[in-house]
Design a protein around this ligand. Structure first.
Ligand code: PSU
Ligand code: MN
Length: 305
């Protein structure tokens, strides 16, 4: 086993028993949602995965270890520590060697999940190519990670704070397949449609698992995006989210927000400007993704590797 990995008792037992395991990220807890809804949601998402027959493994960096599976106290710590660091690929050696508290992004969670032998990871939204990236060069490290690390990522697409078209182009260039569940369209997080199509619609967990397995059997390294739209009743009106997104982007621009602070700034402003309604949507879509991810992990588990 890798020297930096520390499995929770629940995940360690799942490994021994050969049960399907689903990875979860922790930046969504520390930087993606406000306290205390972040901690409540993290616990509820874990329970949805258990109820669907898989074992949840929320991943974070604590005291010099990559923790695979967290206790309730550790979830609380991440959800309520303003100094928790947002950790992507480049930050992992720093947060581990200095024994700081680290919340893993999609990129870092994929790296840690792969080290731990976990192939399915559930989150809300992935990072992508930011609007204006042609001058800012702001492209999330999540996309490079999807290009090289063998983990399937279940998400509700990407937020329209990003340039969704360019994000899909980038994924295509790097050979990352984008699957959609239940509809041909690639979802835009708060809304079910982005105006762009996914590459392949695969509705059943078995079809999704067979696709992902085939990719890796071919030796085609890298992840797969499994995009799952927010349930209809929780989707936000497109016009409303569009205008709020524009306002948040303008404010980030005027305030000179840069680098890794951009995404958390935009997420927080959108939440404030919708008076918390976007948070309801966010919570609902993560829960829905948990169900899809747990079924996918179970289906992958049943296939010969
Ligand atoms: N998008 C969301 N919610 C999130 C994030 C993105 O809708 O919580 C978080 C994820 O952890 C993602 C990270 O990996 O932000 C991307 O940050 P950046 O754009 O700085 O790479
Ligand atoms: Mn960035």
């Amino acid at each position: 086993m890798h020297q930096f990995l520390l499995f929770s008792p629940e995940v360690a037992a799942a490994r021994v028993a050969g049960k399907p395991v689903v990875a979860l990220e922790s930046t969504i807890i520390s930087h993606g949602m406000p306290y205390p809804q972040n901690v409540t949601t993290a616990k509820e998402v874990e329970q949805i995965i258990r109820d669907a027959g898989a074992v949840p493994a929320t991943i974070a960096i604590i005291d010099g270890k990559i923790c695979i599976g967290l206790s309730e106290d550790q979830l609380e710590l991440l959800g309520n520590s303003p100094d928790a660091m947002k950790v992507s690929r480049r930050d992992l050696p720093y947060v581990l060697s200095t024994r700081k508290l680290g919340a893993t992004t999609v990129a870092a969670t994929m790296i840690c999940a792969a080290l731990a032998g976990i192939r399915v990871f559930v989150t809300g939204g992935i990072g992508g190519v930011h609007r204006g990236a042609e001058t800012s060069f702001d492209i999330s490290a999540d996309l490079q990670e999807l290009a090289q690390t063998d983990v399937a990522v279940v998400c509700a697409g990407v937020k329209s704070i990003l340039d969704i078209g360019l994000t899909l182009e980038y994924l295509e260039t790097h050979g990352v397949p984008v699957i959609s569940v239940g509809q041909p369209g690639f979802p835009a997080f708060f809304t079910r449609e982005s105006g762009f199509k996914a590459d392949f619609q695969l509705d059943s967990p078995l079809e999704q698992a067979a696709f992902i397995n085939t990719k890796w059997q071919l030796g085609l390294r890298g992840g797969v995006v499994v995009s799952n739209p927010v349930p209809e009743m929780f989707a936000m009106p497109k016009a409303e989210i569009d205008s709020i997104t524009r306002q948040a982007l303008d404010e980030a621009d005027q305030g000179g927000v840069k680098g890794k602070a951009v995404t958390p700034f935009l997420l927080n402003r959108i939440k404030q400007l919708t008076e918390g309604r976007s948070l309801m949507t966010n919570i609902a879509l993560v829960k829905h993704n948990a169900l899809v991810g747990a079924k996918l992990a179970a289906a992958m588990h049943d296939l010969p590797g």
